[in-house]
Write a protein that binds this ligand. Structure first.
Ligand code: ADP
Length: 198
């Protein structure tokens, strides 16, 4: 089973993806985490990506699609994947559909976490405070100014994939303003429905 979690920065995709990993035996692939690993390892890709990420822009489709295509070949992805932060453009969405259909697979559910934009700034401030309190390093793109740009990037480049999947009747929307457990229950219901269809 392959699931896409869709939503703006701070919507709760990562939190929910981790829960789904354990429950359904799927592998969470976060392109943001993969890029941060490249940065930490100091690869050429990481050096290029850091400047783009710190501005709140998107890394090029070619790089992202190449990264996902080789990662999904690995053994730990064969039971299915939760895509978190990918696709972020219509081109990435089309590439993913092609990639999966070449393997005889498909996207089983696209779950949009819908949240009020005003709430996102508050959530980010909480995340920064929690990370600092835990002595963890705060992401270099987690600040109010870059967040505004990341939200604008989401509206302009990522939001068009919502109608793209809705037109194919693949989109299911979950209220991401609810408590974490309630969001989890709503996602479970969508996945149960997807399972009965397949
Ligand atoms: P968030 O969901 O909080 O914005 P992510 O960790 O998913 O954070 O992504 C951080 C940054 O990494 C993005 O702002 C973007 O620059 C880059 N990035 C992540 N995934 C993609 C993608 N699929 N396409 C292009 N750029 C990406």
């Amino acid at each position: 089973m392959n699931i896409i979690l869709l939503g703006p920065p701070g919507a709760g995709k990562g939190t929910q993806a981790k829960k789904l990993e354990d429950k359904y035996g799927l592998k969470q692939l976060s392109t943001g985490d993969m890029l941060r690993a490249e940065i930490a390892a100091g690869t050429d890709l990481g050096v290029q990506a850091k400047q783009i990420i710190d501005r709140g822009d998107l890394v090029s489709d070619d790089i992202i699609i190449g990264m996902i295509s080789s990662r999904t070949e690995q053994d730990d992805c064969q039971n299915g994947v939760i895509f978190d932060g990918f696709p972020r453009t219509v081109a990435q969405a089309e590439a993913l559909e092609n990639m999966l259909s070449d393997k005889g697979q498909r996207i089983d559910a696209v779950i949009e976490l819908k949240v009020d934009e005003e709430a996102l700034v508050g959530r980010l401030e909480n995340r920064i405070a929690e990370m600092k309190a835990a002595g963890q390093e705060v992401r270099s793109d987690d600040n109010a100014e870059t967040l505004r740009h990341r939200l604008a990037t989401f509206r302009e480049q990522t939001a068009p994939i919502i109608p793209f999947f809705a037109d194919k009747d693949m989109l299911r929307t979950v209220d991401g303003m609810q408590a974490i457990d309630a969001v989890e229950a709503a996602i479970d219901a969508v996945i149960d429905e997807a399972k009965t269809v397949s």
